[in-house]
Design a protein around this ligand. Structure first.
Ligand code: XIL
Length: 349
């Protein structure tokens, strides 16, 4: 058996994996227990999974993950209290079933905003109370900054934003803190946090929120990376900027795609991937973990968005852009759960 990744990085940060409940048994369960010190639900703790209809909370799948963490002494990251994707429609419908966004009457718009923020508060209270004993880090809001700014502050113009401005963000953090207490940490999570001007938009938002005493503890950097992008210097800059505000950093959804964007052309089968490509990926993993080690005083968790190459959301993306055919291979374990060159290179750090 190969040495444990989590033990290897024990003095620096937690090592995590995103999991689906069905991955907790068998070989994958054993890998999680051996190599990771933290887990996060890939989908089971998103609003659409937890409250598909108003007041209809479904905890069964999420509980499997929380219990696995409890039973095995793993840290649990919670993903995510608020997001514009995988959130059920009912949040944004008024009492007559009309889309809040279509309301033009000012008085009704105000009432809708209150209703929406009440629903948000109820969701957060219910969920946080259930899992606060085991969660050490909460993704409170996910992806609130736009890729291409359509307003001066670069805010994503989601329904949340259009209906409440940035109040949904403030309410989410305040409510999370109120019910979670101060034993666990609250994160604002996003992707492309290395890239200008998105990075600056996030920085400016966080600065404003901190000035207003909104309880934010850290920034989650998704880190859906490619082999050639983004640059290490942009990453170092981003982690450092947020640390200078007194915030923690976590790497929350790490994967290293074999492709640039868009992921085309893609290899058709796993067996078609040349070994040279895995070697290039290993070079990349080495420089990433070398950076994380260098910055270990300002990074507390490095979580992969999966366990092994047999299960990755990047396969869906590869297929989406290649007429339904294509595979990616972003992790340090292969489709048979064997270590790849990338494993050895991160273990050198
Ligand atoms: C992805 C999951 O991996 C997929 O299984 C699901 O179909 C869609 O969501 N950013 C996030 C994650 O914050 O929640 C996303 O997870 C990947 C991108």
């Amino acid at each position: 058996e190969v040495p444990s990744i989590a033990e290897h990085f024990d003095s620096s940060f937690l090592i995590g994996a995103a999991v689906e409940p069905h991955q907790l048994d068998g070989v994958q369960g054993e890998i999680i227990k051996r190599h990771y010190s933290s887990i996060v639900a890939e989908n089971a703790m998103k609003p659409i999974s937890l409250q598909p209809n108003e007041g209809d909370f479904r905890f069964q799948e999420a509980d499997k993950i929380a219990n696995f963490a409890r039973e095995n002494g793993l840290s649990l990251r919670f993903h995510t209290l608020v997001w514009h994707n995988q959130v059920p429609e009912w949040f944004f419908l008024d009492e007559n079933g009309k889309k809040m966004i279509d309301e033009t009457d000012q008085v009704k718009r105000e009432a809708n905003k209150e209703l929406l923020l009440d629903r948000l508060t109820t969701h957060i209270r219910t969920v946080v109370e259930r899992y606060k004993d085991v969660v050490d880090s909460w993704d409170v809001v996910n992806e609130v900054i736009a890729d291409e700014a359509t307003n001066a502050r670069g805010m994503r113009e989601s329904e949340w934003y259009q209906l409440t401005g940035d109040e949904y963000i403030r309410v989410a953090f305040q409510t999370a803190r109120q019910y979670a207490g101060s034993d666990s940490k609250l994160y604002i999570n996003d992707y492309n946090t290395e890239v200008s001007p998105k990075r600056e938009h996030l920085y400016n938002l966080v600065t404003e929120l901190l000035e207003d005493h909104v309880p934010i503890d850290g920034v989650g950097h998704q880190a859906h990376n490619q082999i050639e992008w983004p640059s290490i210097s942009d990453m170092r800059r981003s982690f450092s900027m947020f640390a200078e505000l007194g915030l923690d950093n976590q790497v929350t959804e790490l994967d290293v795609s074999l492709y640039n964007w868009p992921p085309t052309p893609a290899y058709r089968e796993y067996e078609d991937i040349p070994t040279e490509r895995f070697d290039e990926q290993a070079d990349r993993y080495e420089e990433l973990f070398s950076l994380y080690r260098e910055l270990d005083s300002i990074i507390s968790n490095v979580t992969f968005w999966g366990i092994a190459d047999n299960h990755t959301w990047l396969n869906d993306r590869a297929r989406e852009y290649n007429n339904g055919v294509g595979v990616d291979a972003p992790f340090v374990f292969d489709i048979n759960y064997q270590v790849k060159p990338s494993y050895w290179r991160i273990m050198n750090q």
